[in-house]
Design a protein around this ligand. Structure first.
Ligand code: GRF
Length: 174
């Protein structure tokens, strides 16, 4: 059975979409958060998925003691140093069409700049922020009169739709 680690710090909506997608499939998910009592850990508990609060300074030790076919960042608010990335394959999801709008508030910044489109990028993780090799991107149009809230929901809807499929593709190859 393939083993996938999902790392997150906050809300965990991507984690939940991934967990729903893989329910009943031959894939074992483990959820780790660097924030105690974070929503992502609460979602994992509710969905009966193995979960751990691991302070960031113990993450390397955790990875050293556990093997994963793929490590998935889903709102993990940490920059991973090389010694962690080297444990395996890490992927991340970012709510913009990278290389545009790296970093925080990506959806808001695209909206404030009156872009006509933004989107979602899934990419491999390297030691720079939001910069590794791009695996896939999907555009989201910013329609005339669209509110920021509507744009955020559309971007997250796209994230929840594409992230599980990309994970499935990658683990099918390893
Ligand atoms: C997502 O928008 C993702 O693209 C970004 O952080 C957000 C995490 O949301 N990296 P959630 O915790 O999965 O709800």
């Amino acid at each position: 059975m393939k083993k996938v680690l999902i790392l997150g710090s906050g809300n965990g909506s991507n984690f939940e979409a991934i967990a729903r997608y893989f329910k009943g499939k031959q894939v074992k998910l483990v959820c780790v958060s660097d924030i105690e009592n974070s929503c992502i850990l609460k979602r994992a508990k509710r969905m009966c998925i193995e979960n751990y609060f691991i302070p960031f300074e113990y993450t390397a030790e955790f990875l050293n003691n556990n093997d994963f076919d793929l490590c998935v960042l889903a709102g993990y608010m940490r920059i991973l140093p090389e010694n962690i990335i080297n444990y395996g394959t890490f992927i991340n999801i970012h709510p913009s069409l990278l290389p545009k709008y790296k970093g925080l508030r990506a959806i808001e910044r695209a909206f404030e700049n009156k872009e006509i489109q933004t989107g979602v990028t899934i990419h491999y993780v390297d030691k720079e922020v939001d910069s590794g090799e791009i695996i896939t991107q999907e555009e989201v149009l910013i329609k005339k009169g669209m509110s920021l809230e509507a744009l955020e929901s559309k971007v997250h809807e796209v994230e929840h739709h594409i992230y599980p499929k990309v994970i499935e593709n990658i683990i099918s190859l390893c």
